[in-house]
Design a protein around this ligand. Sequence first.
Ligand code: 5GP
Length: 190
Amino acid sequence: MKKGLLIVVSAPSGCGKGTILGEILKEPNYYYSVSATTRQPREGEEDGVHYRFLQREQFEALIKDGAFIEHAEYCQNYYGTLQAPIEENRALGRNVILEIEVQGAMQIRKTCPDAVFIFIAPPSIETLRERLMNRGTETAEVIAERVAQAERETECAKDYDYVIINDVLETAISDFKAIVRAEECKTKNN
Ligand code: 5GP
């Protein structure tokens, strides 16, 4: 069986990556890697669906056990990708999507040279600030911190294989599908 792709997606928060990935994941043959985190669940988030919500001590024990393919500290919380499900699902021919921030993505770049790296960028920082404010899930202080973080992260887009500007949602979704199809057709993947 043909091995699935490992697709690493990064985007500053508020870039609409959740909406894009939601559409992509409606297609068959994808596996979304549920990360572990020490941040508090937001309203509507479920343990095991959006994240595995852990205490700091639990997370640190998993780091010690080598359970993560990558992990990073972001806005005072730990986030990490558990290794086991990734290879299992790729071996079953599923395209595995990791939705992670840039430090984690660059760790994967070193350990999984066959991964595909996609950066989703907002049309502008101003649009991003507005989207975060409209989402209404964070305080003004957290929004300011995330906007500053987004500016720093966008500098890293150049280290990715592909950049998708999420201005018009439908275009961003079709760009994503086109990238995946092109990767699937690459000679080295056949
Ligand atoms: P949020 O708190 O908004 O859900 O996520 C904050 C950031 O952490 C986002 O950029 C998200 O992509 C990233 N993130 C989520 N899961 C992981 C993970 O497993 N590893 C790393 N390195 N970053 C993650």
